[in-house]
Design a protein around this ligand. Structure first.
Ligand SMILES: [Fe+2]
Length: 202
């Protein structure tokens, strides 16, 4: 009898193409942005010593971390300019919405979606979890997502160079502080930041 207790992640054949198609180029490159975060997460998986199969799963799951944005009203999602307090609250719902949608399909993807805005110092959302209360998968996505966001141009901000983005992550600015990130992941990023640059720029 074959062992049927081990199942392949089903996410790659169902959700990545759908999410990529729905986000697409018409939403300010959000689709590409999500797939790139998956690639950056795969770089960190390599630094953590993951095998090929686990790395593939993390890459595919991480690409879906913002899937919940599909349920955010476009007037807020695509607003050119800062969000007001109410709009920020709606936007933050994307973590819970993504988790609810992904939960039946893939535990890892759902976990990344729910916790990817939690910060190591407890300053994140939706729960304000601290340190190891945040799943490792979401800690990895958090660092890679911030790097990607800093490097990417948005309607309301310019793209940073790799050197600028690395400086912000390692030394902080008015919005980002190093204490927001898992210290071990931050150490690996500091040692190997050129690998993230190579991934982003390819
Ligand atoms: Fe997000």
């Amino acid at each position: 009898m074959p062992d049927t207790s081990v199942t392949e992640p089903s996410i790659s054949c169902l959700e990545v193409p759908r999410a990529a198609a729905l986000f697409g180029e018409d939403v300010d490159g959000v689709g590409a942005y999500n797939l790139r975060v998956g690639d950056l997460v795969a770089v960190m998986c390599g630094l953590l010593g993951f095998g090929a199969r686990e790395t593939r799963h993390w890459r595919e799951a991480a690409a879906l971390h913002d899937l919940g944005k599909l349920w955010i009203p476009p007037a807020i999602l695509l607003k050119r300019g800062p969000l007001d307090q109410d709009e920020v609250a709606v936007m933050r719902d994307h973590a819970v919405l993504g988790h609810a949608r992904l939960g039946p399909h893939d535990h890892l993807a759902a976990e990344m979606a729910l916790y990817h805005h939690e910060n190591h110092d407890g300053s994140g959302y939706p729960f304000g979890l601290v340190g190891e209360w945040i799943p490792m998968s979401a800690r990895v996505v958090r660092l890679c997502d911030v790097y990607d966001a800093l490097r990417a141009a948005r309607p309301y901000k310019r793209a940073m160079s790799h050197e600028e983005a690395t400086g912000v992550i390692l030394f902080g600015d008015d919005r980002i502080q190093p204490r927001m990130f898992d210290p071990e992941l931050l150490r690996l990023f500091a040692l190997h930041h050129q690998r993230f640059a190579a991934c982003f720029d390819r």
